[in-house]
Design a protein around this ligand. Structure first.
Ligand code: EPZ
Length: 430
């Protein structure tokens, strides 16, 4: 068992470099098998565990994966020879279900166990299944555990999504790129990682237009080829460090970002009194004095991202005044508030609404990372709090934040990772 220990209360200063986007990587890795060729993926956050699990699945179905450097891999999918992925492979992460779309697109057949991932409330996949069926696949879910999809031929079709879903948009795109004819996805998700996936598919020879708007048109092609592709910077990792800079009343230059992707986050930080300076591929965030309050409503892109909601709650927990957070994507994304309240925050969450009464100071405490972004919130709270914070269940943080301890140390944080053979003996693990 490992923990992260933070001696907080020190403003962050300096520079932090952002890694490639997790949620783009998780869509692009399975997409590579559609090429039946060799793809090189650059700016990949190789060391986060979600990416490691996706690479394991690739190897399991027969692809060859070679590490070329710290952040680039080669995927040779010429010898993929299986369309079956069992629960021990899929249970670690949500994005494992992108192999349904990718295998359907490649073979017309996929038998993939239901995915795992963060518990954020119910996470149905009805829109994915509807999309596959509209493209001509027959889909059954055996024992509520294994999705079995098959199609003699996939044929392009209009697909209207009842809800704006990132996952369904990705999965339908993957199934549609080699289908015969035109697929039109309406009410599609517009997140930056959808655009990145479309750009990757087009680099392999696909014909995808309109990604980034709510109508995506895919004209099926017979053949895709290998390519070299560099993943966009991670919007949420960048946002997390932006909030950390503000919550510690620090001053940090966050490098390797696309400022346009950060606008909804920058706007809220500015509303709370932070200074946000934009450069071509960097943002500088600083705050002196106590943050001001603001209200937040999470929305699909370009609205305020749900994946930044827990982190922003930490800043609001320290604000002068009362803020309201309204979570409109997930039904259960306020579990972390219980942990923040252990650190002296005053947050009352009820259903999809939280009322945050700002306090002057948080105090260090033993806390838990309930899920990935909850873990990010604990990190920010620990950095801002007076005293020592010990974060347990950090495997959730490892799912999405590359080199998080090193990056924060580089910006002056007193933070370490420790290995705990048992709860009473803490040994340094670097
Ligand atoms: C993606 O999840 C992200 N994960 C999540 O990030 C993120 O919170 C979410 O999009 C929203 O932005 C990945 O990209 C791997 P959705 P996803 O399908 O695709 C409902 C993180 O921390 N819905 O856009 O699973 C659903 O219940 C993770 O990095 C249906 O009703 O989210 C939700 O209310 C956590 N039927 C809404 O749509 C469906 O078939 C949006 O979900 C699919 C979804």
């Amino acid at each position: 068992m490992e923990k992260i220990i933070i001696n907080g209360g020190k403003p962050l200063h300096g520079e932090i470099e952002i890694s490639g986007a997790k949620n783009a990587a998780l869509a692009i890795i399975p997409a590579a098998i559609l090429s039946q060729d060799v793809c090189v993926i650059e700016n990949l956050p190789v060391s986060i565990s979600d990416v490691s699990y996706m690479m394991k699945i690739l190897k399991h179905i027969g692809a060859k994966v070679k590490l070329l450097s710290k952040n680039s891999i080669e995927i040779d999918s010429r010898h993929v020879d299986s369309y079956i992925i069992s629960n021990d492979m899929t249970k670690h992460l949500r994005a494992s279900y992108y192999f349904i779309g990718a295998l359907l697109g490649r073979y017309g057949r996929a038998k993939v166990a239901m995915p795992g991932g963060c518990y954020l409330g119910t996470r149905p996949i009805d829109q994915h299944i509807k999309g596959f069926e509209l493209l001509g696949a027959t889909v059954s879910v055996e024992d509520n555990a294994i999705v079995d999809a098959r199609a003699d031929e996939l044929i392009g079709s209009p697909v209207y999504l009842d809800v704006v879903s990132v996952g369904a948009t990705v999965n339908i795109l993957l199934a549609a790129v080699k289908a015969r004819g035109l697929t039109v996805i309406e009410n599609a998700a517009k997140e930056p990682h959808i655009v990145d996936l479309a750009n990757f598919l087009n680099s392999m020879g696909a014909d995808v237009r309109g990604a980034g708007t709510d109508v995506i048109k895919v004209r099926g092609v017979e053949h895709l080829h290998g390519c070299t592709y560099s993943i966009i910077p991670d919007q949420i990792e960048a946002g997390t460090y932006m909030v950390a800079a503000a919550a510690t009343q620090g001053d940090v230059l966050i490098k390797n970002v696309i400022p346009k992707h950060l606008e909804s986050i920058s706007t809220k930080l500015i509303e709370c009194g932070a200074n946000v300076e934009e450069f071509d591929d960097a943002v500088r965030v600083s705050l002196s004095g106590r943050p001001g309050k603001c209200n937040i409503k999470t929305m699909p892109h370009p609205g305020f991202p749900t994946d930044m909601q827990p982190q922003m709650a930490v800043l609001l927990a320290l604000a002068d005044g009362t803020s309201i957070i309204s979570e409109s994507i997930w039904t259960n994304r306020f579990r972390y508030t219980e942990q923040l309240n252990r650190m002296g925050a005053n947050i009352k969450a009820d259903g999809q609404l939280a009322v945050v009464q700002g306090v002057e100071q948080l105090k260090g405490a033993p806390v838990r990372a309930d899920d990935l972004r909850a873990g990010a919130a604990m990190l920010i709270a620990g950095l801002a709090a007076k005293g020592t914070t010990e974060i347990e269940d950090i495997l959730h943080i490892d799912r999405g934040y590359e080199d998080v301890v090193q990056k924060l140390r580089g910006a002056g944080a007193d933070i370490k990772r420790v290995f705990c053979p048992d709860a009473n003996t803490l040994t340094s693990a670097g």
